[in-house]
Each structure stands twice: as C-alpha cells, then as structure tokens.
Design a protein around this ligand. Structure first.
Ligand code: SF4
Ligand code: SF4
Length: 109
C-alpha cells in the first residue's frame, strides 16, 4: 500500500520531463488506442509528445494532475509505481505538479 501522500492526482511529477523522448511506446502498447496526433516517430521508435515540459495527455487544472488517456496509458506509465524509488526520484527532480520543470521554462507553477 503506497504512502497516502503519494497521491498521483495531486502530483503528476512523473508525467513531466525535459527530454522530448521520455515516453517511448513498447510492444504491449500496440493494442492501446492513443490519438495519432499525440505521437511521433523517430529512428523506428514511437514516442508520446511532450509540450510545456509535460506529456500532452496530462491535464492540469484546479490543483489536480489528471491523465487524459488513463485507460489507454502506455505500459511505461502503468509500470510506474507510486512510492517507488523512481517515483521519489521524479518528484525530487521535477517537483510536485512539475514545479521545477515549469519554472525552468518560465511558466507559472
Ligand atoms: S511521481 Fe509518483 S506520486 Fe507522483 S504521479 Fe508519478 S507515481 Fe504518482
Ligand atoms: S500518458 Fe498519462 S500517465 Fe502517461 S505520462 Fe502521459 S499523462 Fe502521465
């Protein structure tokens, strides 16, 4: 059971990245339905687009961070566990609601 403070809807840190090739689709994603205009291909690999430092499917409003394609989210997102080492690392690097990434891009946090 993850720590209750690891509430993904109040966080969203792992949906932020400065790397535009952060979220690559994997073979298991072939059966998932993601909007074609949210994807791009490079070097034989397909990636989810990022904009303003976060995945284009991340919806930020009212202090909440919601995945707009939750039922079809990629395998990499499904494997990411709240409270894991990677989760803590993402929160530290990107900040809650991506505060560190967004500040770096001059956007209001
Ligand atoms: S960084 Fe952790 S708590 Fe935050 S959204 Fe990702 S999995 Fe959830
Ligand atoms: S698909 Fe959803 S869970 Fe995955 S990075 Fe984008 S917003 Fe986050």
């Amino acid at each position: 059971m993850p720590d209750p403070s690891f509430d993904c809807v109040s966080c969203g840190a792992c949906c932020f990245s400065r790397n535009p090739r952060y979220l690559a689709l994997l073979p298991w994603d072939a059966s998932r339905t993601l909007p074609a205009d949210s994807l791009f291909s490079e070097g034989g690999q397909t990636f989810v687009k990022f904009d303003c430092g976060h995945c284009v499917h991340l919806q930020l409003a009212g202090g909440k961070a919601v995945c707009g394609v939750y039922d079809d989210r990629p395998e990499a997102c499904r494997a990411f566990r709240a409270g894991s080492f990677e989760c803590v690392k993402a929160r530290r690097a990107n900040g809650i609601m991506g505060a560190n990434v967004r500040d770096a891009e001059g956007e209001p946090a």
